[in-house]
Design a binder for this molecule. Sequence first.
Ligand code: FAD
Length: 470
Amino acid sequence: CMIGVWFRHDLRLTDNTALLEAMNQNEQIIGIFHVNPKQFKIGTKNHESFFKACRHFFEVSKEVGFPIHLLYGEIEAEFKQLIELFPELTSIYFNQSERGFGKRRDEAMCQLFAAQGIKAYHYQDSHLHGANEIKKADGCAFKMFTPYYNVWIKQKKPLFRQIDSQKLAEKSVDETSKVFFEERNNQFNDLIADFSDVSEEEYGAKPVRQRCQYFIDHHLAEYATKRDFPAVDGTSKLSRFLRTGELSIRELYYRVVQDGQDSQGKETFIKELCWRDFYNMIYAENPDQQTVEIQEKYRGMQWNQNKQLFEAWKKGETGFPIVDAAMRQLNQTGWMHNRLRMIVASFLTKDLLLDWRLGERYFSEQLVDYDPASNIGGWQWAASTGTDAVPYFRIFNPTTQGKKFDTQGAFVREYVPELRKVESKFIHEPAKMTRQLQENSGCIIGKDYPAPIVDHKEMRQLALDLFGKQ
Ligand code: FAD
């Protein structure tokens, strides 16, 4: 008999629930990964980053003697062929997706496996607590974060478990030299041929451990006070590793609990991990939330259709320095600071009155840590349409936000070079500079840097009217 372990957003050979469960059986194991090139969007940072992480994972797995066998193409046809190829295959183990596309795919695949006589074993692995674990006393799902958190924090957290790589290698099946897999491997390599080389510093267990340890040693204690300032290296930047599964959420939790000194920072950080579980649960409870507002009264809003405003937002050319710096950080690095995600999302929906779905989609392509549950949750929060969202009348003023969280403009100067020489006094309102000051700073408004594309005060009033009448 043989077990298949199907990897997806769990690219690691340590503390991997499905793999551990498979290893507890007295059988040989074949490692599997499926790629559907039709779902791959060329040029999106999200997918490229994910496939780079995959490539690195395949290399590492091969090195430890547990090679991953690639399936490539339409998923049902590929698995059917795999099952035909290996009559000794009796079961498939995988870490399930609890929401969205992944959930629908898993349900369809379980049906296919059952029809083929294959047993499917699936596990909640991606979150500290799964979507169905934390409930109100009456068994219903929570809608508000704080009561959810109050229950969540008291629950015992699952343990972090290492995997013995020698034992794994002994159980491993290596059929990668079969023509079937060689063909698929070549197809995958063609797909990612244009990708730049993966550096050891960016992918896999080594940078994850280093980053984790560095954050815990240097920033965790002050996380609560420093996490809102984009020019400060105050957050963990571990989101991408959590999304690909290169980092186990349980490992992160236990490192923080055991190695982090007790502090407000530690408490706040653990609360952020709870937000991740909360939004996963909210997405599972509201399967159509990617396209539909959770709060019914906001469905059918008349959003602004102005494409030029959307283009200016995407490019970081709105004339609001903190918004522009944030969008350029996203476009250049594939990551954006949390405070800035809130600012640009508020700006898109309340200052430009553009549909939050446009922003959600743009983030889905650009973010290397794109996670549908957290992203949709964040967007619906900022648009005031989600569960436990910001009330529509509490509208961020982008200039005030800039002054508060990037007072001297260090972050703006990093990403908006046109403004580098502008005095701190005007860094968040460069259009207020006299002509003389503009010349002195080498930044003529309207030529080197745009004037604000909207008037915040006017748009704020329009937003209040639009949301208020729903
Ligand atoms: P840290 O501050 O170090 O936090 C540690 C971890 O906690 C993060 O890696 C993340 O997994 C989790 N976390 C922190 N804040 C949140 C939050 N508000 N919601 C859910 N989880 C959180 N996060 C994503 O992982 N993917 C997304 O696609 C995403 N889109 C967002 C869109 C909007 C509009 C907003 C407002 C927030 C979004 N977030 C998203 C949440 C948050 O911005 C990022 O998780 C965080 O900035 C990642 O950086 P970090 O790892 O340094 O976070």
